[in-house]
Write a protein that binds this ligand. Structure first.
Ligand SMILES: [Cu+2]
Length: 111
């Protein structure tokens, strides 16, 4: 295959890269996420920025979206997630998993 055609195919395969990632901001306080659930467009990468108002260390984690990050009180961390197929995905604070949990719902873009 000619190099240019190959390059065009490569670009088509990653249409999301050219777009700015959507940013979702969350807070954790008293080991509770706020908001605890939110929506993102399916098929797009996004970032979650989490600020901790907790008084002890938390671990922001998701098996579904494959991230894991320690967050100390007063700090802000950012994780990358997606692109996701339509559906609901969970995240939690691994140090307080029974209390601190939330969901992301990926919704198909409207035509
Ligand atoms: Cu916690």
């Amino acid at each position: 295959m000619p190099t240019l055609a190959r390059l065009a195919l490569l670009l088509l395969a990653f249409p999301v890269v050219a777009q700015a990632d959507q940013l979702v901001t969350l807070v954790i306080q008293n080991h509770t996420f706020s908001p605890s659930s939110f929506e993102v467009p399916a098929g797009e990468r996004f970032r979650i920025q989490l600020t901790s108002h907790d008084e002890s260390v938390d671990e922001f984690e998701s098996y579904d979206m494959k991230f894991e990050k320690i967050i100390v009180p007063g700090n802000t961390v950012t994780v990358f997630a997606g692109p996701l197929h339509p559906g609901t995905y969970t995240f939690f604070d691994d140090y307080h998993p029974d209390q601190a949990k939330g969901t992301v719902t990926a919704v198909e873009a409207k035509e």
